[in-house]
Design a protein around this ligand. Structure first.
Ligand SMILES: *Cc1c(COP(=O)(O)O)cnc(C)c1O
Length: 260
């Protein structure tokens, strides 16, 4: 069951929570990008978000990402062409879930940024695929990726071990098409405030240290941390991108990390 509140009200509430959390941390709320996670939203809800100023949409599985991006982008282009002033000028798709190498081509044609880069092998295959894409299109092709950190050191979870993050980023930084744009992490499911803050704080330290040592280039600037239940903690620990699903859509399904 979804709650009786409208998506408009829920979005307004989330934005208010972001503003308050930013103020408490003496941060500018404009530094924090809201990625609306649409995996349990209907197409009408997604279209409505585009009329409420939401520019960044996230999906955790490749199939729905590709389908939705195709549908929604078509709608978006149509509204823009008809001179609709109420729709956002652009839409960016974020692939936030685990990406299997055999779905990489499908994902690459739909996503603008990948939050879950977790192996050198995946980066190598993305690079090779983007090289081919560029050869065909004759225009520069770049894909921003965030290295997913398994900061809670949960054995069954995706992500790179804390001690290996910097080295992986250095290797990716030598690539032409795959661009290391920051780090991503998730607090353990159901984590209490102390645990969530510990995990976010740890990833923030790694992020700052990597920026200080200039491990990657100037594009290394995003810290994707925080979901419906913990984004205030993430904002106070320095998050620049939050991935919020159920608090916006009203869905109550489990938000466990998806597997492709
Ligand atoms: C589903 C999902 C989210 C959003 O979760 P909510 O609790 O619904 O806000 C964020 N990040 C990832 C990786 C997800 O799979």
């Amino acid at each position: 069951m979804s709650s009786p509140m409208s998506i408009k009200d829920r979005l307004a509430e989330v934005r208010q929570r972001i503003t308050r959390a930013a103020e408490r941390a003496s941060r500018d709320p404009a530094e924090i990008t809201l990625v609306a996670v649409t995996k349990s939203a209907g197409p009408e809800q997604i279209r409505e978000l585009l009329h409420l100023g939401v520019t960044d949409l996230g999906e955790s599985r490749v199939q729905p990402l590709a389908q939705r991006a195709a549908q929604i982008n078509e709608y978006h282009a149509r509204r823009l062409a008809s001179g609709d002033q109420t729709i956002v000028p652009r839409v960016r798709w974020h692939m936030i879930g685990h990406l299997q190498r055999n779905k990489l081509k499908q994902a690459t044609s739909a996503m603008h940024i990948l939050h879950s880069l977790d192996t050198l092998r995946l980066a190598d295959e993305l690079e090779a695929h983007l090289e081919k894409t560029q050869a065909k299109s004759n225009t520069p092709v770049k894909l921003p990726v965030l290295v997913q950190v398994n900061a809670a050191e949960e054995p069954q979870k995706y992500g790179v071990a804390v001690g290996a993050v910097s080295h992986l980023a250095e290797q990716i930084a030598t690539m032409k098409h795959v661009v290391v744009a920051g780090l991503m992490c998730m607090a353990p499911h159901g984590a209490d405030e102390k645990t969530a803050r510990f995990v976010f704080g740890r990833v923030r330290e790694i992020f700052d240290e990597m920026k200080f040592r200039k491990v990657a280039g100037p594009s290394f600037k995003h810290l994707s941390m925080g979901m419906s239940d913990d984004f205030e903690f993430a904002i106070s620990e320095g998050s620049t991108m939050i991935r919020v699903g159920s608090a916006i859509t009203g869905a109550t399904e489990s938000t466990e990390e998806d597997e492709e």
